[in-house]
Ligand binder design. Structure first.
Ligand SMILES: [Zn+2]
Length: 216
């Protein structure tokens, strides 16, 4: 068997792997982990069994494929993102609420003051549609709390929990879901320390949230 077979097959296999992992819909972190392990393993095999030029050539092919798919994934993400106004935002929420399950919806006030809305078909399909409500005269935190009240009830403990995190400067990601139309909605706050509350100049005045967030 000629010695170029190893690197060529490995390079081709890696290039196909990037496509398979990207189209599988796994998150970025899992994809990076899987492909890093795959790269390390295959480059080791080429280093042991292939010609001396095998490792650098396969590494370059792998890097080119990684960049190609990262750029493609970023372009897809931008393509899925749509900016909406408050009426359309509420219409989308209503659409989620009225759809037959399983349904998952995520709402989060971003550091920019915009509200991110993600409507997933279900938990395992993070390629769901993404929407942005840009900062406007309406308080974004009130909008998130409106969803907690509408989906989970006016006295759900998640409301207090959400405000506790806000007071600590953390803007949590609200996720509501139900497995089917017959099941009740359940909610949780995604625990991410990087979700910071937007600074005062990026949010409109609000009688409910200003005291909580300490607006000067
Ligand atoms: Zn508010």
């Amino acid at each position: 068997m000629p010695d170029w077979i190893h690197p060529v097959l490995t390079g081709a296999f890696l290039a196909v792997s990037y496509r398979v992992v990207r189209s599988s819909g796994v998150g970025l972190r899992v994809a990076v982990l899987v492909l890093a392990v795959l790269n390390a393993g295959l480059l080791w095999v080429v280093a042991v069994a292939g010609p001396p030029w095998g490792v650098p050539v396969v590494a370059v092919v792998s890097l080119a494929a990684a960049v190609y798919h990262l750029v493609g994934a970023a372009r897809d993400a931008v393509g899925r993102l749509r900016v909406v106004g408050p009426p359309e935002f509420r219409g989308l929420v209503r659409q989620v609420a009225e759809a037959s399950g399983p349904q998952v919806m995520g709402v989060c006030v971003l550091f920019t003051g915009a509200v991110a809305l993600t409507a997933f078909a279900d938990d395992s399909r993070p390629e769901g549609r993404q929407f942005r409500l840009l900062p406007g005269p309406e308080c974004p935190f009130c909008l998130v709390e409106e969803q907690i009240r509408d989906f989970l009830g006016p006295s759900d403990p998640l409301l207090g929990e959400y405000r506790t995190h806000l007071a600590a400067g953390s803007s949590r990601h609200l996720l509501v879901r139900r497995p089917s139309e017959q099941d009740p909605w359940t909610g949780r706050l995604r625990d991410r320390t990087v979700y910071r509350v937007p600074p005062a100049f990026r949010r409109p005045p609000c009688t409910v949230h200003d005291p909580l967030l300490g607006r000067p």
